[in-house]
Ligand binder design. Sequence first.
Ligand code: SF4
Length: 254
Amino acid sequence: MPPASRKARAARSEATPDSQAAERALRRRAGRIVRALAKEYNAAECALLHDSALQLLVATILSAQCTDRRVNMVTPALFARYPTADDLADADPDELEEMIHSTGFFRNKTRSIMGACQRIRDDFGGEVPDNMDDLLTLPGVARKTANVVLGTWFGKNEGVVVDTHVFRISHRLGLAPRKNTSHTEQRLMALVPRREWTNFSHRVILHGRAVCDARNPKCRECTLESMCPKNGVEPPPGRVRTPGRRRAGRPASA
Ligand code: SF4
């Protein structure tokens, strides 16, 4: 569990009957959202091209502040040039920076990739570790990257990947307040069944790309429309949202 789970336990112990009922209602709505997304994006999977845990780890590091499409343009040549953790650990930093330049933040990413691969080589026998504690010791690897590797490659639901799409849409759907990614992950872990954590994040990411765009969410086309309070979403020009005139069945903001 993320570090603030003690706070969550304390909050639960102070919960009033009303807040417990609200939490149960939110869980039921989250369940409906999970099922609707599963129906809409049945075959959702990680968009980063990879053939191994190491490739997925490196691709995920490169995906920070960059599109998966751009990362996928860079990684085939990168993995051909440096096929193993050992190769990347001893890479020429200038050459590596040049190869990943177009993904942005290339100096930091080069440091992270080389540092992570040196640790994988020196402390983990050249294999990407398959548990959260060890993954978090790798330079440049935080919970988001660790969750991607554990969930997608190792099939372990240890947390929920909270990227920019998951963070934004969780808030719009009223599943988590717009605080920080750690808090959003805790709320999603509380609301979404564990077996769905990895698939749920893949599906929300697809939904963010296809429908719930950051600037222009297509609410009228959205499969989640009837379950979504649209927190923070401006109504389109010409449509003023009037308080108290919510459509029947529309849930209140959580
Ligand atoms: S109804 Fe609108 S805000 Fe809510 S998930 Fe769908 S597109 Fe996003």
